[in-house]
Design a protein around this ligand. Structure first.
Ligand SMILES: Cc1cc2nc3c(=O)[nH]c(=O)nc-3n(C[C@H](O)[C@H](O)[C@H](O)COP(=O)(O)OP(=O)(O)OC[C@H]3O[C@@H](n4cnc5c(N)ncnc54)[C@H](O)[C@@H]3O)c2cc1C
Length: 245
């Protein structure tokens, strides 16, 4: 079994987000980048499925060389090898196109992604990869079993659960619950340094969208303190200012 796991390099969740160049670019100065958490659980599930020599896990990232520490982390967690498509990701289509072009040269049974990247939160790349490869796509998967030919996937839907059966090859975007997070151990960290990391130049394609501007949320207004026994004052404020009652 061959599994491809798509990994994105995203700002740490504690990052203070600022923009430069007239609010058209994310300011990466001093930002710590991490492996997208949803991709980490997709990777954990892939490793579980391949446990005991049942298959191999390749991770792929579309990014410049600054993403290599994140790729090495994925190798430390347990991926067998890695591919980096050497390009700055420009939009979801660009990313999906590069991954699909690489996947066409291989015979992957499963292509796993996170449900979304926690930076741009597009949730577009997985379905686009599937469309470009003309294979099925199942999104927001919380449980994934695979017998080598057919997979049974469980998805959470409004008020319930949906169980889907699909034959390989397919794309699945993974959400919390699909696996337990794996923490790299010392042996994994050491072996990650020598695991293969192939760098491929990007295939020529177009960029279908462009970010014109970013905006941060409006700052919160100051907190208004009221006396603990001033119930009327509280009700008045909830009615006239907060307008929630
Ligand atoms: C400098 C810079 C400039 C950018 N400019 C633009 C722009 O002009 N317009 C625009 O739309 N976007 C822009 N982006 C965003 C960038 O293109 C995003 O990485 C891309 O849109 C995918 O993010 P998403 O939120 O849509 O991914 P999602 O669809 O939310 O990601 C879902 C899953 O797809 C996989 N995935 C996502 N990204 C990657 C990746 N890079 N490599 C491997 N797997 C991946 C992961 O498994 C992820 O969990 C820019 C990013 C950077 C760093």
């Amino acid at each position: 079994m061959k599994i491809l796991v798509c990994i994105s390099n995203v700002p740490d969740t504690t990052t203070k987000i600022t923009f430069t160049n007239d609010n058209t670019e994310f300011n990466t100065a001093g930002v710590q980048f991490i492996l997208n958490p949803y991709d980490e659980i997709a990777l954990s599930r892939a490793i579980d499925l391949c446990e005991g020599g049942k298959g191999t896990v390749t991770v792929i990232n579309v990014g410049d060389s600054s993403t290599e520490p994140t790729i090495r982390k994925a190798l430390a967690i347990g991926a067998d090898d890695a591919v980096r498509i050497n390009a700055m990701p420009q939009d979801a289509y660009f990313v999906a196109y590069q991954i699909a072009e690489y996947a066409k040269t291989q015979q992957f049974d499963l292509i796993l992604t996170g449900r979304e990247s926690i930076d741009h939160n597009g949730a577009q790349v997985p379905a686009m990869i599937a469309e470009l490869l003309d294979i099925p796509s199942v999104s927001i998967v919380k449980k994934l079993d695979f017998d080598g030919k057919t997979a049974t996937l469980s998805r959470e839907i409004e008020g319930g659960k949906e169980v889907v059966e699909v034959d390989a090859p397919f794309v699945a975007s993974c959400a919390e619950g699909v696996a337990e997070w794996k923490i790299p151990n010392m042996r994994g960290i050491m072996s990650a340094r020598t695991k293969p990391l192939q760098v491929i130049e990007a295939a020529a394609t177009e960029q279908l969208s462009k970010i014109n501007q970013y905006q941060t949320p409006a700052p919160r207004s100051a907190v208004k303190m009221i006396e603990a026994d001033d119930v009327k004052g509280l009700v008045d404020l909830l009615h006239s200012e907060a307008k929630v009652i």
